[in-house]
Structure formats: C-alpha cells, structure tokens
Design a protein around this ligand. Sequence first.
Ligand SMILES: NC(=O)c1ccc[n+]([C@@H]2O[C@H](COP(=O)([O-])OP(=O)(O)OC[C@H]3O[C@@H](n4cnc5c(N)ncnc54)[C@H](OP(=O)(O)O)[C@@H]3O)[C@@H](O)[C@H]2O)c1
Length: 277
Amino acid sequence: MVGTLQHITFYNGQKMPIVGLGTWQLPLIGMRHSGVEKYLKKSLSGLQVDYVDLYLVHNPIGFQDVDDGGYPKDKDGQVLLDMTTDHISIWKGMEAQVDAGRARSIGLSNFNARQIKRVWQSARIKPANLQVEMHAYFQQRELRAFCRALDITVCAWGPLGTPQIYSFVEKQGGDVSKLPRYDLLGDPVVKRIAQKHGKTTAQVLIRFLMQLEVAVIPKSSNPTRVEENFAVFDFELPPEDMEALEALDKGRKGRLGSEHSQPGSGRHPEWPWFEPY
Ligand SMILES: NC(=O)c1ccc[n+]([C@@H]2O[C@H](COP(=O)([O-])OP(=O)(O)OC[C@H]3O[C@@H](n4cnc5c(N)ncnc54)[C@H](OP(=O)(O)O)[C@@H]3O)[C@@H](O)[C@H]2O)c1
C-alpha cells in the first residue's frame, strides 16, 4: 500500500485518495521552512519509500526543535513554543516537496478557516486535503462547506469520538477534568441504528461520515476491529438515519481536541480553536 495511490469514489463521482496509510505529517517541532524537507526526508527514510501520497502540516502551531525528538517542555511541563511560526513560508517548503517528487499531494491538519484561506490564497499548489477532528458529536458543518467551496477534500480524525483521548491527555500531564466526558460508541441513537442494520456502532459512525463525503481514518490496534472498521461498504444509511445522526451534533461543545493534549499550546499566536471554525 505504501507508495501507491488508492482511491474511493463518492456518490457524486468525485475520486479521493484514501488517506491514512499513505499519509504523513510535518511534526510541530518541524514547523519552519527548513523543517519541512528535514522531517519529510526522515519519514521517507524510516518508511523506506521515495515519496508519500499526501503530506500534511500537522498543526498550525510550532514547537521549538530543541531535542530533535519528542515534544520539548519546560520545568513546569509547559510545551516550549516557537512563536515565529510562518504558514506562508512553511507552505512554500511543502510545495518544494511536491516539486522534488517526495510528496504527491500536500495538505493541512487542524487549521481553522481563516488560516486555510490565507495559505490557499498564497499557494502555487493548493492544499488538497484538510484533516480535522470530526465525528457525530462534532460535525463541523461550516468547515466542511468552506473546504468544499475551495475544492479541499476533508478527512476526519477521531471518527469514533476518539475514546482514548482521556488517557492521552493524562499521559501528557494535561487537566483531563477540563474535557467533556462523552461515549459516542455507546450513544443510544447510534446503538439503535446499528441494531437495525445488524452492524456495530463503530461501523455506523464510519459510514455516517462517508455518506457526508468525508474520508475516515479510524484507529485500532486490534486486528479484528481493523477488519470490522473496513466492513462498511455493504450497507447504506437511509435519510432518516442520517437525519437522526446529524441531530447528535453538539457544535463546538463536541470538540475533544484541546490545549490540554499539550499543556501550554494554547498560548501560541496561531492556536486555531479560539475562532468559531
Ligand atoms: N491530525 C491530527 O491532529 C490527529 C489527531 C488525532 C488522531 N489523528 C489520526 O486519526 C486516527 C484516528 O483518530 P483517534 O485514534 O483519535 O480516534 P478514533 O479512531 O475515533 O478512536 C480510536 C479508539 O477507538 C477504539 N476503536 C477502534 N475501532 C473500534 C471498534 N470497532 N469498536 C470499538 N472501539 C474501537 C480504539 O481502541 P483499540 O485500538 O483498542 O481498538 C481506539 O482507542 C489516528 O490513528 C491518528 O492517525 C490525527
């Protein structure tokens, strides 16, 4: 799979690469022009391939590249930010990777609409894809419409409601009590629809996003669940089920990604989630 381009075709005939297996991201410690080539080359060498299908800027904020490894932190556990992050110069670095044949397509992740528009306006090679948190509790309608207007495909991270986020935030030293407590996989509406179709709640949640024309990358470390999460092409949710799932949207209250995943990150001038979308 790595190094090949695989597509899914949506109902409207639009073809889109399946992202996830062929996708890598510029880490937050690499958020500067020179960091793009440095970190993409590292990924290519680790993967033993010559190019990736899609390379994304992981996040609009930047961290200091002090230890060339994990996230740098001060003695109080606050992440060490690089306040000079410049999206336009980073995007020029991304375009150079396409020119050099190291990435087929380039895109963004976790950028808000204003940040996307600014990159898009200056871009010689337009962002092909946006990867953001998206699930039935956080459906991001405005952002999806915004991306559609700019011809940017959308990919959902956390499509099952990212249930492991609570343990992740704790591990990072973040304040987990600040996050809303959700159990999307156990939601009664999702359960009812799953029962009706003889499917699991995970399959319904994945299928729901697919029918909204969103690419989906559920994560599982369990081979049986990986198979389960792929078995979503043999059923279709009718309009009444889509409507019931659309009604689960909690708007911005549904977001589980936050500055608590990396304590201190909300102080960065490009922190994306203070704006409505
Ligand atoms: N761009 C970004 O900033 C960003 C941020 C977060 C994540 N991501 C990407 O998005 C992918 C998915 O997001 P995510 O991991 O946050 O959330 P997710 O896919 O919504 O949820 C993953 C969790 O659900 C469990 N799970 C998976 N399949 C299941 C099933 N069929 N039934 C019940 N539980 C199931 C997994 O546990 P088991 O492993 O035990 O099955 C895991 O704990 C990640 O792999 C990552 O690559 C990107």
